[in-house]
Design a protein around this ligand. Structure first.
Ligand code: NAD
Ligand code: IPM
Ligand code: MN
Length: 355
């Protein structure tokens, strides 16, 4: 097949990890006879420096004209003045809204070798296999913002239609897994959460194969640490999903290994690791590329329907996690390039995968 992929490296380690993901996609293209055309565009702080805005029109046009978008990360201390009128992160939020990618899938499995790196007891991490479905284009992120003297306001809004579509997507995904859906809200306090809860109940009733449990977000934050293997698919609103998925990433040993897929109603998707631009390690060649590489696998599966190719990348990453030297965040000494080379080697010679 032929596919156009827009690559938005962005800031900090974004360029380092997207280069790794592109190298893996090129290898898959060669091995499976696909032609992937990569079109690099600007987003975030680098776009502000070069074009004066975090999401130039040329970037939007390229994304809309492509089959999928691969993104690194945006932001950094040089653009983080609280007085600044424009921030790199606004470019990412505007892109998510423009592409209409309302469902952000954040899968999380704990690889056995990494369980000992987690601050939690390894035995509690056996069998952890979570899929977060984070609402991505609504809530406090996109409500009206204002300042009135000493007062700041971030409005949090959700409509029934916004909740319905993301819960439906979560139900469809739950049907392909264990069929257990946990909806996370703060219905004891927030009106948006009460709307979220009643809408979720109505939508889930349409899926006989899906069981539903509600959790309040504060206790869910605790339960994720105490019994993470009890959950399957977790659906929640934008801000809760942002926070819970970074928390859950700690279960897997590092923020650097978690991928994401942001999907709308069509095939076009936005794929990015869940971590940020990591200014503390940017430019040193030590960023973990696995979150970006697994995001490339999600791109193949969800936007291009290349399921075997996606599984090949995931198997190669598993083999690397089994036996290879890893990056510093996972207690190793390998560089970004060395881990990427190890994944490429596994794709070339899959039979040498460690048992
Ligand atoms: P961060 O995710 O960039 O970093 C948090 C910690 O995790 C740091 O110690 C970092 O070194 C480490 N880390 C993250 N990714 C890693 C990787 N691949 N390999 C090894 N270590 C890794 O979060 P932050 O420091 O709070 O934010 C930095 C900037 O990134 C901010 O401007 C923030 O807005 C932005 N950000 C962007 C995105 C995105 O573009 N999707 C996501 C989160 C944060
Ligand atoms: C993420 C990030 C973004 C978010 C920021 C950079 C806007 O933290 O993708 O998780 O909060 O959605
Ligand atoms: Mn986040």
């Amino acid at each position: 097949m032929r596919a156009d992929i827009t690559v938005l490296a962005g800031d900090g380690i974004g360029a380092e990890v997207t280069a790794a993901a592109v190298a893996v996609l090129r290898e898959i293209g060669c091995r499976h006879g696909h032609v992937f055309e990569f079109n690099e565009q600007l987003i975030g702080g680098i776009a502000m420096d070069r074009c004066g805005e975090p999401l130039p029109q040329a970037t939007i046009d390229a994304c809309l004209n492509s089959d999928a978008v691969l993104l690194g990360a945006v932001g950094g201390p040089q653009w983080s003045d609280p007085q600044a009128r424009v921030r790199p992160e606004q470019g990412l939020l505007a892109l998510r809204a423009r592409l209409g990618v309302f469902a952000n899938l954040r899968p999380l499995r704990v690889h056995p070798r990494l369980a000992s790196l987690s601050p939690l007891k390894a035995e509690n991490l056996l069998g952890v296999d979570l899929l977060f479905v984070r609402e991505l284009t609504g809530g406090a992120y996109f409500g009206r913002k204002s300042r009135e003297g000493d007062v700041a306001i971030d409005e949090c809004r959700y409509s029934v239609a916004e909740v319905e579509r993301v819960v439906r997507r979560a139900c469809e995904l739950a049907c392909t897994r264990k069929g257990r859906l946990t909806s996370v809200d703060k219905a004891n306090v927030l009106e948006t959460s009460r709307l979220w809860r009643s809408t979720t109940e109505r939508v889930v009733a349409e899926y006989p194969g899906v069981s539903l449990e509600h959790q309040l977000v504060d206790s869910m934050a605790m339960l994720l640490l105490t019994r993470p293997s009890s959950y399957d698919v977790i659906v929640t609103e934008n801000l809760f999903g942002d926070i819970l998925t970074d928390e859950a990433a700690a279960l897997a040993g590092s923020l650097g290994v978690s991928p994401s897929a942001s999907l709308g109603s069509g095939r076009l998707g936005l794929y990015e690791p869940i971590h940020g631009s990591a200014p503390d390690i940017a430019g040193q060649g030590i960023a973990n590329p696995i979150g970006a590489i697994l995001s490339a696998a999600l791109l193949l599966r969800h936007s291009l329907d290349l399921h075997a190719e996606a599984a090949a990348i995931e198997a190669a990453v598993d083999a690397v996690l089994d036996g290879a030297e890893l990056t510093r965040d996972l207690g190793g000494t390998a560089s970004t390039g060395e881990v990427t080379a190890a994944v490429l080697a596994q794709l070339k010679f899959p039979r040498q995968a460690a048992a």
